[in-house]
Ligand binder design. Structure first.
Ligand code: 13P
Length: 247
């Protein structure tokens, strides 16, 4: 079984003072058995890398451009993220797919760019409420998985985040059985595509994960961690999720 991953997606939250939360998280669980990565807004990445220098906490970006440099006002490239000391990048989050029209093909191109810079890509997939209600969940997730990820992925370079769009920031989550069904489906698809080593590829769940439900979710087969939004902002909340993933 792969080592579990507790990933925090701070989205567009956090000023410099928020770095104290990372220090507090480290103080609360200095020797966590799971991997921890925090993806703060771009403005905080470099200072967070410095804060985390002697901690077991990695830092990641929330997006990168598919090109390494050029006339792309406001964008950040994968080499730039790597240059800050970041080691992960979230790609294809549903908020970016919805707000900026990011397609599976673009997410795949960004993943290749991330790999070129040695970053581990956390590629997000997940159905809308409409798609779930229409019984299309596995079809949608299967298509996104196939088209958003390049060939040649390995457990070191790719993490899949299953994030049902309707569960993000809503306090609603699928049932444990529903999460298990989708994660099992993703595992099967990964092994078919990338071979037996995909048994070790991490599939993390995201969407209203919190200190109360984390232990139950962490216990589902093929759930190898969490991608946590709101509950990752405060160390006092995220700590409980890290503990739940610690086993
Ligand atoms: P919430 O945990 O706030 O629902 O957000 C989940 C998410 O989108 C993580 O990427």
């Amino acid at each position: 079984m792969p080592k579990k991953l507790a990933a925090g997606n701070w989205k567009m939250n956090g000023l410099r003072q928020a770095l104290d939360e990372v220090r507090a998280l480290h103080d609360a669980c200095p020797d966590a058995a799971c991997d921890i990565v925090i993806c703060p807004p771009a403005t905080l990445i470099r200072s967070m890398v410095k804060v985390c220098d002697d901690m077991q906490i990695e830092v990641g970006g929330q997006d990168c451009h598919e090109n390494s440099a050029g006339a792309h006002t406001g964008d950040i490239s994968a080499p730039m993220l790597a240059d800050t000391g970041a080691s992960y990048v979230i790609l294809g989050h549903s908020e970016r797919r919805a707000t900026y029209g990011e397609t599976d093909a673009l997410v795949r191109a960004k993943t290749l760019a991330a790999w070129d810079s040695g970053l581990t890509a956390i590629v997000c997939i997940g159905e809308t409420l409409e798609q779930r209600e229409a019984g299309q969940t596995l079809e949608v997730v299967g298509r996104q998985l196939q088209e958003s990820t390049p060939d040649g992925a390995s457990p070191e370079t790719l993490v899949i985040a299953y994030e049902p769009v309707w569960a993000i920031g809503t306090g609603k989550t699928p049932t444990l059985e529903e999460i298990g069904e989708v994660h099992g489906f993703i595992r099967e698809a990964l092994v078919k595509r990338f071979g037996p080593e995909a048994q070790d590829m991490r599939i993390v769940y995201g969407g209203s994960m919190n200190p109360k439900n984390a232990r139950d979710i962490a216990g589902i087969a093929n759930v190898d961690g969490g991608l946590v939004g709101g509950a990752s902002l405060k160390a006092s909340d995220f700590y409980h999720i890290v503990k739940a993933l610690d086993g």
